[in-house]
Design a protein around this ligand. Structure first.
Ligand code: GLA
Length: 394
């Protein structure tokens, strides 16, 4: 995360904060925005209705397209990417992210497929942390711990959307105001996430936020990839590279112990590309705790800013996913908790390891671990971080 000094963005968000007390005003401005959206549509972005929330709120779907033929569907519920097509080595485009066909399936129990995660990606131990001597108690939704923003994280709220078309791609800006005390967090937090589909099959995800009280923020994107395009297949045949010489071992609740452990000589070494399944069944205490890989790797590029953090390759189709970020960590999750109970998008069910996640982030439980890079955001600062997913073939 980079924080920058007050900017125009910050000023605009502060103005929004002034509106917080007045729900009616907020509703009006969202309606205006929706009307404007429709008129701003063009060839590279289209809006349709995805479904209706139990309270009658419409959930929209935006399809971002580029000149190459890539399409990314994003819904306003959770900012979820429900479909994302990518070419194979023969130029055939296919959906490469796990998702559901209808809103009801997302509402009935989504294991964070495609979702925006906030205010805090991954776990905060016992749902507690302190800032300036005050202890905050968060919602606990993963045993005694807080996971991915709590009971109603950013993956379960409706975002306001502003679409823009570009010459060779499209942009979708999503905004959401998380009020002071939501899920236990301090401060009104205004969040903006911008999805930019470029002409060369890159999806940039830019996260920005401002607060009116000191708080903690750690946003991420939780797409589950299966580059084969066949969601009945496990992803264990994909090759993975992680630019990380160390990872964070965890305890039984998947909270980092605080140690930065070298990957060398362990199943966690992906510094040279390796098939995901090669050592996932190894007799390793950390793999047993995670039921596979479910850990945060410490990226080597931390000091030098934005760079390649990870890449995955599916030999059968030739598809390659590259992940670039300015974040210090990446959670590689090998879909261990998928258990064959959820309906798959193209038929069948999602079995264990039908998808993998590469969640760029600050380290889990950072608010309680002073040795980890800080996740604190102060009033007057802007949280700003970018991750780019690039899909190519080889
Ligand atoms: C993250 C967590 C996992 C799990 C998944 C979603 O990757 O680290 O433990 O919660 O999200 O199921």
């Amino acid at each position: 995360m980079k924080t920058v000094q007050p900017s125009l963005f910050c000023f605009v968000f502060l103005l929004t904060l002034l509106n917080l007390g007045c729900k009616e005003n907020k509703k009006e401005s969202q309606t205006d925005m929706e009307t404007e959206n429709t008129s701003m549509e063009s060839d590279h972005i289209a809006k349709s209705t995805f479904g209706e929330m139990p309270d009658g709120t419409t959930v929209d779907k935006y399809t971002l397209k580029n000149a190459m033929g890539m399409e990314v569907d994003v819904i306003t519920y959770g900012g979820i990417i429900t479909r994302w097509t990518a070419p194979d080595k023969n130029g055939k485009y296919d959906d490469v992210v796990l998702g559901f066909d209808d809103l009801k399936s997302y509402l009935d129990g989504n294991p964070y497929f495609g979702a925006l995660i906030g205010r805090y990606g991954n776990r905060i131990a016992k749902g507690k942390f302190s800032l300036d001597g005050q202890t905050y108690t968060l919602a606990t939704n993963d045993g005694e711990n807080h996971l991915h923003g709590g009971l109603k994280g950013f993956d379960k709220v409706i975002w306001a959307a502003t679409p823009k078309s570009t010459d060779d791609g499209a942009i979708l800006e999503l905004t959401y105001t998380s009020v002071d005390g939501e899920e236990g967090y301090p401060g009104n937090l205004d969040v903006k996430v911008t999805y930019t589909l470029t002409g060369d099959n890159q999806l940039e995800v830019l996260y920005e936020a401002v607060t009116d009280k000191p708080t903690v923020v750690n946003l991420t994107q939780h797409s589950y990839f299966n580059l084969s395009g066949d969601f009945t297949q496990s992803v264990l045949d994909h090759e993975l590279f992680l630019d990380a010489d160390a990872y964070l071992p965890v305890d039984g609740g998947l909270i980092p112990t605080g140690e930065l452990r070298p990957v060398s000589g362990t199943p966690f070494d992906f510094t040279t590309s390796k098939v995901m399944g090669k050592e996932i069944g190894a007799d390793d205490a950390q793999l047993k705790l995670g039921k596979g890989y479910d850990h945060c790797w410490v990226l080597n590029e931390e000091e030098s800013g934005f760079g390649l953090a990870a890449s995955a390759y599916h030999p059968g189709t030739g598809r390659v996913l590259e992940v670039y970020t300015d974040e210090p960590g990446i959670q590689f999750y090998s879909g261990n908790f998928l258990d064959g109970t959820l309906p798959a998008q193209k038929g069948g069910v999602y079995g264990q390891r039908a998808g993998f996640c590469l969640e760029t982030q600050h380290y889990p439980d950072s608010p309680n671990q002073p040795s980890f890079p800080s996740v604190r955001l102060n009033p007057g600062e802007t949280y700003k971080t970018k991750t780019t997913f690039k899909l190519t073939t080889k």
